[in-house]
Design a binder for this molecule. Structure first.
Ligand SMILES: Nc1ncnc2c1ncn2[C@@H]1O[C@H](COP(=O)(O)OP(=O)(O)OP(=O)(O)O)[C@@H](O)[C@H]1O
Ligand SMILES: [Mg+2]
Length: 317
């Protein structure tokens, strides 16, 4: 039996700023090797949670352990095994130093053994597709490249846990996708634990095995991404293609009372159904039993949007 330990365990963690409780007795378990998404609107307490975990802030109540080390009892050791990409990640770089020299400087600061530094920097810059930019000053890199350099900086000392505060927030969609791919590839290759703040639903959905939703400092919901999506999803689209009689397939679908809408596209119909986990097989059976030959019967990718808006009443604040 493989026992997967929790790499980060948060117990009753609380932070007040005067009379505002930014993080309010939160409890979370982050399994080792997972990519965990903390999702919430502006001001929810996401960055404060990350600052507490990397010991930049001290909690007013509760605590957390990172790889078994308590953030209150062993802050120095916690810092040694965590890598952080702060909210304004690229502001942590020296803009006039080259990409290489930035990493060299931080590697020394993190006490990476001298002899390992060049190899480590080359490995990371190559991994992040930045090796050819190694001599460019950080300030002259594009925002996407700077963010990737900031990620290299966070990864320099081979941390067990990566705390990434909105890693793609300032990036265009292409650069954001690239950063997501690199994080996924890195996690696959090295198996580190990632804890990622985001208010981007689709990002969390694409990257994270587990999510928690936070609002006004409180965890409203947490669990497996897939399981939460299934639990809260009230309707879903199915894409249907058939051998010949698309019109007939459309009218069969429309006759079912759980079908709430139907769109025709060139050779496809897209059918929205309520209670998809009960009704999708009924829809398929109805089509097949009336002689429709299916070429495709595919779920459209479900989203966390309903879940998010349901949980955070009134949407982002
Ligand atoms: N140093 C501070 N002093 C006073 N209040 C603070 C401080 N840091 C955060 N806050 C407040 O705590 C609350 C939570 O802030 P936090 O930065 O953790 O939110 P967030 O979820 O990261 O939001 P965003 O999506 O905007 O980054 C907010 O109301 C914020 O104004
Ligand atoms: Mg924040």
């Amino acid at each position: 039996m493989v026992i997967k330990l929790d790499e980060v365990v948060i117990s009753g963690l609380t932070k007040n700023f005067d009379d505002l409780t930014a993080v309010d007795h939160i409890e979370l378990n982050v399994p080792k090797g997972s990519i965990y998404g903390l999702l919430g609107p502006n001001g929810a307490g996401k960055s404060t949670t990350i600052r507490l975990l990397c010991t930049l802030l001290r909690p007013d109540d509760g605590t957390a352990t990172v790889s078994g080390l308590d953030i209150l009892e062993s802050p120095v050791q916690v810092r040694e095994i965590t890598g952080i990409l702060p909210e304004e990640g690229n502001h942590t770089l020296y803009q006039t130093l080259s990409a290489y020299d930035n990493l060299d400087y931080f590697a020394r600061l993190y006490d990476v053994p001298e002899a390992e530094i060049p190899e480590r920097i080359e490995e990371l810059l190559t991994f992040m597709d930045l090796w050819e930019r190694k001599d460019d000053p950080a300030g002259e890199l594009s925002t996407g490249n700077r963010q990737r350099l900031a990620l290299c900086r966070a990864l320099l000392h081979k941390p067990k846990v990566l705390l990434l505060d909105e890693p793609t927030a300032a990036l265009d969609p292409v650069a954001a996708k690239r950063v997501r791919e690199l994080i996924l590839r890195f996690s696959e290759k090295y198996g580190q634990t990632f804890f990622i703040n985001s208010h981007n639903l689709s990002e969390v959905q694409r990257m994270c095995d587990k999510i928690a939703i936070i609002d006004e400092g409180k965890i409203l919901l947490s669990g497996d991404t897939q399981e939460l999506r299934t639990r809260f999803q009230t309707s879903q689209d199915f894409r249907i293609r058939v051998v010949d009689d698309l019109e007939k397939a459309g009218s069969i679908a429309e006759s079912l009372d759980f079908v709430t809408s139907l769109k025709k596209e060139a050779d496809t119909i897209v059918v929205t159904i309520e209670d998809p986990f009960t009704n999708n097989s009924t829809l398929m059976q109805s089509l097949l039993s009336q002689g429709i030959k299916l070429v495709e019967f595919a779920e459209e990718e479900a989203t966390l949007e309903d879940l998010y808006l349901d949980v955070i009443k009134g949407g982002a604040k």
